[in-house]
Design a protein around this ligand. Sequence first.
Ligand SMILES: [Mg+2]
Length: 258
Amino acid sequence: MTLPQILVFDFDGVIVDGLLEYWDSSRKAFLKIQGALDTDDQLPLEMPHEFRQLRPWVKNGWEMVLLTAELIRKDSPLSMHGAFHFANEYHKNCHTALKTWGWEPKQLQNALDNIRKETIKTDKKKWLASHKLFPNIAERIHQLENESVDFGVLTTKSAEFTSELLNHFNLHPNFLYGHESGQKTTVLLQISKDHSVRGFIEDRRATLETVLNTPGISSIPCYLADWGYLKPDDRKDLPSDIHLLKPEKLMSPLANWP
Ligand SMILES: [Mg+2]
């Protein structure tokens, strides 16, 4: 029996650029948690440059709320030494920041999700409009049908919001997995049981490296999205099993991909 084929896409940084929305929602989530509106004037409406610079290091939504908080704390390592210094010891700095604020990741994730639910309820049009598709990605996804390849989405965003956005952009995946479904490697293992996975497109190099090191899915073709949120050094010395996917290659037939 031949297994159906599927191409799996990460969402943020591969299909959609939602950075502006992330700043807006993280900012609101922080203000909600603090319950102190007097900090409002210290949190600019416009996204700080450091927030954009740190985006490639972020794995989960709650980290962005934490980064937002650290951006207004005047004696935080982020405020004092800047984004790249913070990024050098990203996990350690996040861990220390959580302790300083006395927060748990879950609490931040819930605050972020609740703010989004609220915004969708009150101003869905604006919320949808704060997300942009990367150039040509929708056209490319629609072509998959002609190649008899299913379209899958695997994201650390909540499935509920991802589904709203995909619908808005007229994209209808055969499979959609959000952070509720567990680790990306676990989901990929699951998908591989009844599909031939033609590739996994992701803009987080560390995630692709984990896939390559996970028995059972290590032979899935891994593609690093050149147009996504990449760290300055992500394109350098890529392992031979991770292919840098440029937009031109993305647009070519799947049969021509490395
Ligand atoms: Mg991503």
